[in-house]
Design a protein around this ligand. Sequence first.
Ligand code: ADP
Length: 607
Amino acid sequence: MKEDFDRELGSADEIARNRYLDILHQFTLRQSSLTKLEDIVWNIAKTAIAELGFEDCVVYLLADEGLMLKQVAAHGPKNPVDREIFNEITIPVGQGIVGYVAQTGEVQRIDDARLDPRYIEDDNFRLSELAVPISHDGRIIGVLDSEHHAAKFFTDEDVRLFTTIASLASTRIDTALAMDRLEKTVEHLEEARQALEIQTEELREARLAAEAASVAKTNFLANMSHEIRTPMTAIVGFADLLANGVKDPEQQEQWRSQLTENARYLKDLIGNVLDMSAVEAGEMSLRFESINLLSTVTAAVENLRVRAERKNVGLETVLSGALPDAIITDSLKFREIIVNLLSNAIKYTERGAITVTLSAKNLGAKAILSVEVLDTGIGIDSVQMDNLFLPFSRVHDTHHRAGIEGTGLGLALSRQIAGALEGDIAVASTLGKGSKFTLTLPVEISAHTHWSEHHQANPFAVGPSKLSTKPSVPGTKELLGLRVLVCEDSASVATLLEVVLNAAGAIITQCVNGLEGLRCFEEQNALGTPPDLVLMDMQMPIMDGYEATGHIKAVRPDIPVVALTAFALADDIDRCLAAGCDYYLTKPIQIGTFTEELRLIRERLDA
Ligand code: ADP
C-alpha cells in the first residue's frame, strides 16, 4: 500500500518534472528558429500565457542608455492583439517592482500587491506579480513581468520556469539586439553613403557648372576681343584715311559709310551686352506704342539686305494672309528680335536663300503675330538645341563658325525680350540643311485697325549693293612691287587693306577665306610668281587662317605669313605662331604704322 502511494507520489513529481521539461523543451524548440527581436519577445509573452497559464506577460528591455525600461511585447487581457501594445509605457530603472528588478537583478514575487508600496497600479489593481531579470554576460538587459488578479498566484515552479525562460531567451535577445544595432549602423552607413554620393554628384555638377561658366567667360572675352577689334580696325582705318584727305567725293562717301556702318555695328554690340546685363539684373524696361507693322518689319529686313547680298544669299519676305496695319508693342524690342534672328540666318547661311514670313491671327482686340525666319544654312545639331538660348553659348564648333562674328548673346537676349512681351521663340532645324526660327508674339490692336491682305512675294527687294573695287590714296610707295596675298573675310577690313596696300605700291590679291587664299597661293606658286608675303586673317569661314597657313608653310616655308588677328590674348598669339605665322599684327591696325611694319618685314626678307 505504502509502495503504491510512493509510486503515485513519485509519478506526481515525475509529471510535474515532465511538464516543466516539456514546457522548456517546447519553448527552446520554438525559439530556436527565431532570430528577429520582435519574434523572440512576442513568443516569450505568448508562451507565458499559453504554457504557464499566466494571465498576462510583458517583456521590458533597457533603453535610453540603460535608464529606462521599454515594453517590447505585452500579451494578456489588456493586450489581446498580437504584436500590438495598448498604451505602451516606459518605466525608469529603479521605479516600481519592474524597475527594482532591473536595478538589482533580484527576482520579485509579490503575493499581495496591497502590501508592497513599490507596486504601481495602472488600469486595474492586480494582487500578484512576478518579475524576473533578463541577464546576459552578467549584464541586465531587461525584465520579464507577469501580474495576476488573485493573491498568491505564482508558485515556486512558476518562478523557476519564468527565470529559466528568461535565461534561455537572454542570449537570443542579446544577439538580436546586437543584430538590430548592426542593421541600424549599416542603415546609417548606407544613408551616409547615399548622402555622400548625392553630395559628390552636387559637387561634380557645381564644378562642371563653374568650369562651363569659366569656359563661357573665356570664350566670351575672346569673342568680344574679336568682335570689338574687327569693326575698330575699319573705324580707325577709314577715319585715318579720311583725315589724310581724299579728293574723290564718291570715294569719300564710301569710306564715310564704311566707317558709319562699323561704328553702328559696334554700338549695337555694346548695346546687346548692356541689354543682357540689364536682363540678368531684372531691369528690362518696355515702352509700348502703336506702330506700323509692315514698315517696322521692312526697316529691319532692309537694313540687313546688304549683308545677305554680300554673301550672295537670297532674301525674300512673304506676307501671309491678312495683317493688321498697326500693332501695339515695344517697337525697338520687336525690331531687335527680328534683326537678331535675321542676322543669324545670314551669318549661318553660305548658299541658298532666307525667307521671312509674316502672318497674324485675328483675335478681336488682340492678334497673335508670327515672324518666321527660314534659312538654308548650316543648321543645328538636335543635341545642341537646348543650349542655343543660353547666354554666351555658341553651339557650333569653331571650325564651323570660323570667321562668323558673334558673342552668343543674340538668341538669349531675343528669347528674354520675347518672354517679356509675353511671346516666345521656337526653333526647328536640320543639321546641314537649315533652320527655322519662329517668333510668336501676342499684341494688342486698337479698335480702328484695318486688316489688309498683301499678295506680293518680295515687297522690299532692291538691287545688289555696289562695292567699289580700286580705291587709292596718295602714299609713299614703301611697298612698291611687293606681291601681297591678302586673306580677309571682313569686307570693311578688306577694303581698308586694299586702299592702304595699293597706296604703298604693293601688288595685291584678295581672298575672302582660307581655302580661296590657299588656291590663289598654289596657282601663283605654280606659275612661278608666288606672293612675297601673305597677310592672313586668322578667323575666317570655310577654312581658317591657322589651317591655310599650315598648308602654305608646308609648301613654301620661306614665304612669310603675317597673322592679322583680332584675338589679342596671349594664347591667340601663341596659336598664330604655332600655326606657322612668322609675324602677327593685332587689329585694329594703325594704318600709319602698318605699311611701315610691312616694310620692315620686307627689309628683313631682303637682308
Ligand atoms: P551668336 O552671336 O554666336 O550668333 P546667338 O545667341 O545669336 O549668338 O546664337 C547662338 C548660337 O546659335 C550661334 O553661335 C550659332 O551656333 C547658333 N545659331 C543661331 N542662329 C542660327 C542659324 N540660323 N543657323 C544655324 N545656327 C544658328
